[in-house]
Ligand binder design. Structure first.
Ligand code: AHG
Ligand code: MN
Ligand code: MN
Length: 332
């Protein structure tokens, strides 16, 4: 069974990126994710992990203690591996510049991260995750980083992935040549290839949306929900919604389902953040043979204008996402 490190080396022919850079990047990601895995697994036992930190983050959301722990774990881990030059996190208003430790080290990776996704599930022992997205810096290595290094279109991502802290801890990623998943064996602290070449299944089964917001959805989304519930062919689909994008996406990727977080009357931009939630999941969706859009246009083509920008989001099997887009046009 391949370890993650062995897999990266074996697949070097498929990648135009430096193996050394990827290994160091993943070394940081693995280190932080193992620290989070350990905390998540004893969350019920210690008051240091569950509950609110008492801080409101830049999103105006109540930051949980684990949000804060995960943010710090990733920042420290990236700093220690000397491979990343800048990080933008859901939990930090501005981007964070990572100073070079050694003069000759010209770190070129830009990381955007949702350190802890699904915060509302921390205290109730339901799956949560981490989402990450990586770009090459655009500015000259001799100059300071600028906001433009972070505001790149999703199509420029060189790597995207997530970690799900569920019944087991699984890391799923793509460097643009398919999607692969690795399960942590906690007894040895190693990620092993467990889900090679992940693709959305051919049969659609599931729709995932917070239907409690039905009254606030547009007519197009309501029509699509009714279509999912209609008895015809392989419908009705099953409704499944965890409230952790990572958990909902992972299930839908394996079982065949669409994830929808549309705009609502009260949130005209939607809820999810383009740069560190939607872009990485859109990249993985396309790499897994699926599709991701804002209901009208491709997510990966959106030119971001700010770090914490939100967007309506739909991703999943190509046929399901296209069907939803049809309803959006008909009901316009
Ligand atoms: P986060 O915990 O990083 O703030 O993200 C929460 C997001 C996403 O994971 C999830 O799909 C969505 O919020 C759930 O929102 P609702 O509770 O409004 O359905
Ligand atoms: Mn999130
Ligand atoms: Mn989060």
């Amino acid at each position: 069974m391949y370890t993650l490190g062995e897999f990266i080396i074996e697949n070097k022919g498929c990648s135009s990126h430096s193996i050394e850079g990827l290994l160091r990047l993943f070394s940081s990601i693995k280190l932080a994710s193992k620290a989070i895995h350990k905390e998540v697994n004893k969350a019920g036992l210690t008051k240091e992990i569950i509950g609110s930190s008492g801080i409101t983050n830049i999103q105006g959301e109540n930051q949980q203690k684990l949000d804060n722990f995960a943010h710090r774990a990733f920042i420290e881990s990236f700093k220690s591996r000397n491979v990343v030059c800048g990080i933008a996190s859901e939990e930090s208003k501005d981007f964070i510049v990572i100073k070079k430790e050694k003069k000759e080290n010209n770190n070129q990776y830009i990381v955007l991260i949702d350190p802890l996704d699904g915060s509302s599930n921390i205290d109730v022992n339901v799956s949560i995750g981490t989402i990450f997205s990586v770009y090459m810096r655009k500015s000259s290595i001799r100059m300071n980083l600028t906001i433009e290094d972070f505001l790149q279109k999703g199509s420029q991502q060189i790597l995207a992935g997530y970690i799900i802290y569920g019944s087991s801890t699984i890391l799923v990623y793509s460097i643009g040549n398919g999607v692969n998943g690795f399960t942590l064996d906690p007894s040895v602290g190693t990620f092993y290839l467990s889900h090679p070449n992940l693709c959305f299944p051919k049969t659609e089964k599931i729709y995932s949306i917070n239907e409690g917001n039905y009254a606030k959805f547009s007519n197009g989304i309501r029509r699509f929900i009714r279509y999912c519930q209609e008895k015809k062919g392989n419908r009705p689909y099953t409704a499944r919604y965890i409230g952790s994008l990572v958990g909902d996406f992972h299930r839908n990727l394996i079982k065949g389902g669409i994830y929808i977080y549309p705009k609502t009357a009260s949130s005209p931009e939607g809820k999810l953040r383009l740069l560190y939630e939607c872009n990485p999941m859109a990249f993985l969706s396309e790499q897994a043979g699926g599709k991701a859009s804002d209901g009208e246009k491709r997510i990966l083509d959106i030119k971001p204008i700010e770090l914490h920008q939100r967007t309506p989001f739909v991703c999943g099997p190509e046929k399901m996402v296209s069907k939803l887009e049809e309803f959006m046009v008909i009901c316009k």
